[in-house]
Design a protein around this ligand. Sequence first.
Ligand SMILES: Cc1cc2nc3c(=O)[nH]c(=O)nc-3n(C[C@H](O)[C@H](O)[C@H](O)COP(=O)(O)OP(=O)(O)OC[C@H]3O[C@@H](n4cnc5c(N)ncnc54)[C@H](O)[C@@H]3O)c2cc1C
Length: 507
Amino acid sequence: MSLSDATADVLVIGAGIGGLTAAALLQERGFRVVVLEKSRHPGGSCSSFRREGYTFDAGASVFYGFAENGRSGTLNLHTRVFRRLGVLVPSVPDPVQIHYHLPGGLDLRAHFDRARFLGELSAAFPHEAAGIKRFYRELEAVYDILSSLPAGSLEDPRHLLSVGAAYPAKTLALALKTFRSMGRTARRHISDPDLLRFIDIEAYSWALQDAIGTPLVNAGICLADRHHGGINYPLGGSGAIPRGLVEGLEKFGGVVRYGAGVERILVEGGAAVGVRLEGGEELRARAVVSNATIWDTFNRLVDDSRFRIPEERFLRAPSWFQLYLGVEAGVVPEGMHVHHVQIDAWEGYDQPGGTLYCSVPSLLDPSLAPPAHHVVHAFVTDEAERWEGLERGSEAYTRRKQSMEAELMGRLEGLMPGIGSGVKLRVSASPLTHERWLNRYKGSYGPLLKPGQNILLKPQNRTALKNLFAVGDSTFPGQGVIAVTYSGVSCASLVSSHFGRPLVALE
Ligand SMILES: Cc1cc2nc3c(=O)[nH]c(=O)nc-3n(C[C@H](O)[C@H](O)[C@H](O)COP(=O)(O)OP(=O)(O)OC[C@H]3O[C@@H](n4cnc5c(N)ncnc54)[C@H](O)[C@@H]3O)c2cc1C
């Protein structure tokens, strides 16, 4: 197909952070990009929604990548992407990544200030002080490497050769670290079982896997960069990030079509040539990028059994039950931090409902709630299977939601005593909501590697189908807004190289 026959150079299925990042960078590089999003707003799991004067983060609210330091290599990607697009997304620093409330009264805060965090951890485990120092230094070593290597596609030989030639020792050191797990590295330095459980929670809180199942390289990004780039909250809520990406895309002439659900990827002569929308309209392009999960892309959108992804190829992360509350400010204790992880018993912390997550982002951005009020987002893992047979809107479904809401409200009393009496607005979302709103297979957080698998086995941006590329949390490096931003950068870099107009490295 010649370029003149095409609707666009690149069609992107889905306006999640992965899809939008790839789309905006490609459009800025001179490609004609159209993003097709089934819902009416951008951002997917990183979007905001408004109800009765409150602005809620639909999913993500702990954000990396907004710092302005010189040595930032593959890190600080939001800053670098928005700088490239010439878009301003103001954010405020959050001094504590997570306040952990753990069994046995273990109460720990992951401060931006590394010395303060290590000091509090060592005070809780004085007999492990030396091991703690050594283990967290291993994470710093990963950070040191990543903060000097430029971001690009691991599938692009040009990128690999240039990075390898410019930084041979660091590239080799990083390659060796991809074989290591965070948990096994911890066990080289630490033996206290309670401390090892804390390290499991440090991994589980964002990776949904214990430390043994979490690659050291991922841990190095999340648990070291929080003390360098730090955690920052975008003013206006999580939706400010996708809105900024859409602004950048549109500024260079790109288009997002909302309410445009893709039902099929069109394949001709063994290559992707376009898509068919739910209403039957067909659009054609030189390349298609899918921001849907790997299961949705290959088991629903591509109609060819040769490309099917069997369920057992990856671990399927669970889905979520989420509660969004508008509350009177009086129920939020003085000095409360923004993000919390609460576990009542170690037994089953990784089972559905075992870990309670809670965020109060209006502590950082009061504009999210009416004066003298706050927004509270509380959530636990859950499984779509546990809701099977419950018709949405039915009495049984409503009863189930109410019982989950009551359970979460009870647990929130531990963080905010008396919260029940201060609730002004209550909205909840089940795994079925997550599945339906985001078109995510079983509402899953996404595919996870099996323990021991090398992180490089995570699917990359190139797929088995010619001219079909993948982006988002099914691809390397994985879940999390900054991770999918990386995948968007690497996808844009691969697609642009593929068409002979390589991306200029982000500064
Ligand atoms: C409850 C929760 C809390 C989280 N907390 C954090 C956090 O604090 N920090 C953090 O960094 N990460 C967090 N995450 C993870 C993070 O939000 C995700 O990993 C990331 O946003 C996923 O981005 P994505 O681009 O891969 O996909 P998605 O966000 O799933 O976006 C995909 C988009 O594609 C659209 N789409 C799908 N199929 C089609 C189709 N066929 N046609 C058209 N459009 C389609 C969807 O509507 C959606 O808009 C959280 C996630 C959840 C659910």
